[in-house]
Design a protein. Structure first.
Ligand code: CUA
Length: 333
């Protein structure tokens, strides 16, 4: 009992006092609000039951303890119908009420009528990164989901079609919504809507292989104007800078182009993240390291040293080749 309580408190503390960006009670979207309400309600109900039961237990242990010199036999009781009925009906009623409340939340979270102005994004889980495709905007990016915020009149909902190309993943951004499995061969729906601009962190929540813990993602919620600007830039093909022709040539002659897409070039692979606007992203390796020139060079040099088991191989490049390649990648704004 004590051990369970300790684990419970530890979990509670780690979830509630976690860094703001993954905190499960600092919610900014209706589905997450709904889950937070359930969390507090259940905590209050089971907390009250715990206090009553443990309180009664401790009271009885003290009040009816064996006293010195008292050898008399306590009263022997052989069942009581009213008491048995009471302790059967009361928990059943509590469970039934909680069931109804949970049902209401499930209906709220599983909104199936998609509003007309909703932003649709196809999310594809890969081992071990996220692909975000905006079909109406012609934008494909990775690991960083940009969404517009709504205002008081218009709650701009974001509807995600969740798909997987390999194993089961789970999409989870605690401040925005609950978890939803990402299952190969089917499309699951998840939605959220926020009026609060900011960065919300999430991660894969279903074990999917070696680098499951490093399958991170970010949601950038921004004003509709900023979002439009971002989307317009992302929809453009890469600008071909003649100054980095050597690196570009290398990218197209190595196997890079078989897996990666760079719009406006022959590279159109789909196994790996679209790199057309790589430099617009905050991180590399699906949220593992900051996107800066040194990390980019280390990543291209030996991805396995940063993310062991990932599907990107090392190409054993010379220092000069690495410099050329990274110089080219750095033009992909
Ligand atoms: Cu993907 Cu865990």
């Amino acid at each position: 009992g004590i051990l369970l309580l300790a684990f419970g408190l530890l979990f509670f503390a780690s979830s509630v006092f976690a860094a703001g960006e993954t905190n499960i009670v600092q919610t900014v979207s209706p589905p997450a609000d709904s889950i937070k309400f359930l969390f507090y309600l259940l905590l209050a109900v089971v907390g009250a039951i715990f206090l009553i039961v443990e309180g009664a237990l401790i009271y009885c242990m003290v009040r009816f303890r064996k006293r010195e010199g008292d050898e008399s036999e306590p009263p022997q009781i052989y069942g009581s119908k009213p008491v048995e009925i009471a302790w059967t009906v009361a928990p059943a009623l509590i469970v039934f009420v909680l069931f109804l409340v949970v049902l209401r939340s499930i209906v709220q979270i599983r909104k199936v009528d998609v509003p007309e102005d909703a932003l649709r994004v196809v999310v594809t889980g890969h081992q071990w990164w996220w692909e975000f495709h905006y079909p109406e905007l012609g934008v494909t990016t990775a690991n960083e989901l940009h969404v517009p915020i709504g205002d008081d009149e218009n709650e701009r909902a974001v509807f995600l079609d969740l798909q997987s190309v390999d194993v089961i993943h789970s999409f989870w951004v605690p401040q925005l919504s609950g978890k939803m499995d990402v299952v190969p061969g089917r499309t699951n729906l998840l939605w959220f809507a926020t009026k609060q601009p900011g960065l919300y962190r999430g991660q894969c929540a279903e074990y999917c292989g070696t680098q499951h813990a490093n399958m991170l993602l970010r949601v950038v919620a921004e004003s509709p104007e900023e979002f439009e600007r971002w989307a317009a830039q992302q929809a453009k093909p890469a600008v071909d800078d003649p100054k980095v022709a050597a690196g570009r040539q290398l990218f197209m002659s190595l196997a890079c182009m078989n897996c990666h897409t760079i719009k406006g070039t022959p590279a159109n692979g789909t196994f790996a993240p679209d790199l057309t606007h790589l430099m617009s992203r905050q991180t590399l390796a699906s949220g593992m390291v900051e996107n800066n020139p040194k990390n980019l060079r280390d990543w291209v040099d030996n991805p396995q040293s940063i993310k062991p088991g990932c599907l990107m191989p090392s190409f054993q490049l010379s220092s000069k080749q690495l410099d050329d390649l990274v110089a080219y990648l750095e033009t992909l704004h």
